[in-house]
Design a protein around this ligand. Structure first.
Ligand code: AMP
Ligand code: GLY
Length: 431
């Protein structure tokens, strides 16, 4: 491999995912200047933070220019769907993250469904609608429950309704198409068959037709233990995911990942970034639930700590469209992350409470900050729904879980809550 010069890197975003990205970039031998926007107090310990909002495309471009950035790593989907990567590339700045065109893979479920169906990649049978009467007709004709109704566009994780019967489906159709419950993103919907099975996700780093497979992971989307309560952005994760080991992983790579990457390239989409494939492992094989065009959060908080290969070097390769490696090296440990949330999350939540947490000195434990801020007196306080991500590595999952929960026991803020069963299903399976 040729000697590389150090890179000035901008990480776009300010959540737990971006804190994990900043830690990974900070540990890289390629690291030059490292900045983040908007960042957060945890990120600020490693990288200078600039108060530019993630959806401020001109502001972000201006920042990248004035700080002589070589490579921008974009965390969240919103700036990608707004064309941040295109705007930065137009200035000659390398970007890890797709342009607006390819970001439609996350921004439009109909666009993705059409691509999956055209290229015969396994996914739930579905149809798309803008007309409520036609949608109702489809549901009653198909007569299969539960049935899944999805807003086409971004809906901050809330645009998916699983309807148990015709009445619930009818209400969901009315909410989306007649009452504008999801705004513009809900003007078109997809109605698809319900898939039964266990969810898992596979993250790929992609550059055109080339890709590497990142460690597998499983998120915990529901707010409460035993997968009860409302959906959230994710309350914890572990890696690797047992449902995606061995033959199952090979089946997903050859049957889904490779054809998806090839289909995206064949459609003329310039994809340089993370392709996150959300999967349902069904009795009739793995099927695609969704694509995201960025790292998952909290999944990133277990994926990056398990990588022995340098994530920054890989992202740089992807951004240049020069990914020649086919495989990455992993650390042998397992990882588990518990998200500590503010009182009320995923609904309206408390803010401004001081956080007590220990200094981390170990190399196998991380407190990733997400919804945090500094108050006027310089204390770190809560400022978001998901406040912290506590990740520990361990020789096996049980060790990682015990270490993560022990560390959670040393952290305090008013109204703090978290799931007690992250990884529990996997631990039972291992016995
Ligand atoms: P999506 O944004 O499409 O991934 O949907 C969000 C969540 O809804 C997924 O993580 C699943 O838990 C659930 N979901 C989506 N589509 C289906 C489906 N066809 N069958 C069962 N569950 C689904
Ligand atoms: N944790 C789910 C996501 O990042 O989409």
């Amino acid at each position: 491999m040729t000697e590389r010069k150090s890179l000035n890197v901008l990480v776009v975003g300010g959540g737990g995912r971006e804190h994990a990205l900043v830690e990974a970039c900070g540990a890289s031998p390629l690291r030059g200047k490292l900045i983040a926007a908007p960042g957060n107090p945890g990120i600020a310990r490693e990288a200078a933070c600039f108060p530019v909002a993630v959806d401020d495309v001109p502001g972000m471009v201006q920042l990248a220019r004035s700080e002589s950035i070589d490579l921008a790593v974009v965390g969240p989907e919103v700036p990608l769907t707004l064309g941040l990567a295109d705007a930065l590339r137009a200035e000659g700045i390398l970007v890890y993250g797709p342009g607006r065109d390819a970001a439609r893979l996350e921004g439009s479920k109909i666009f993705t469904k059409n691509l999956l169906q055209k290229h015969r990649i396994p996914t739930a049978a579905s149809e798309s609608f803008t007309n409520a009467a036609a949608a109702r007709q489809y549901v009653s004709r198909r007569n299969l429950y539960p049935v899944v109704i999805k807003a086409d566009g971004l809906a901050a994780g809330k645009g998916v309704i699983i309807a148990a019967n015709y009445q619930e489906a009818d209400r969901a159709i009315a909410d989306c198409l007649e009452h504008g419950a999801f705004g513009e993103g809900g003007q078109s919907i997809i109605i698809e068959d319900y898939l039964d099975g266990e969810e898992a996700s596979l993250h790929l780093m992609v550059a055109g037709n080339a890709f590497v497979v990142l460690p597998t992971s499983q998120d915990h989307k529901r707010a409460g233990d035993n997968d009860t309560g409302p959906n959230t952005g994710g309350m914890g994760a572990y890696s690797p995911a047992g449902v995606l080991e061995g033959d199952a992983l090979q089946e997903v790579i050859e049957g889904i990942a490779r054809p998806s990457v090839e289909a995206i390239a064949a459609e003329g989409l310039d994809f340089r970034g993370t392709l996150y494939i959300g999967l349902m492992m069904t009795g009739t094989g793995p099927k695609v639930l969704e694509f995201n065009v960025r790292f998952g959060d909290p999944e990133t908080q277990v994926i990056l700590p398990r990588m022995a290969s340098d994530p920054l070097a890989l992202m740089h390769d992807c951004a240049r469209g020069d990914l020649t490696r086919a495989e990455i090296e992993l650390r042998p440990e397992r990882a588990l992350c518990v998200v500590l949330a503010a009182d009320g999350y995923p609904g309206a939540y408390r803010k401004g409470d001081p956080i007590e947490m220990p200094e981390i000195r170990e190399s196998d434990a991380f407190i990733f900050q997400a919804g945090t801020a500094k108050d006027a007196t310089g204390r770190t306080v809560t400022a978001g729904g998901r406040v912290l991500g506590v990740t520990c590595l361990g020789k096996d999952l049980a060790t990682a879980a015990a270490a993560a929960y022990a560390l959670c026991g040393k952290i305090r803020f008013e109204g703090m809550h978290f799931r007690r069963d992250i990884g529990a299903r996997e631990l039972k399976r291992k016995k």
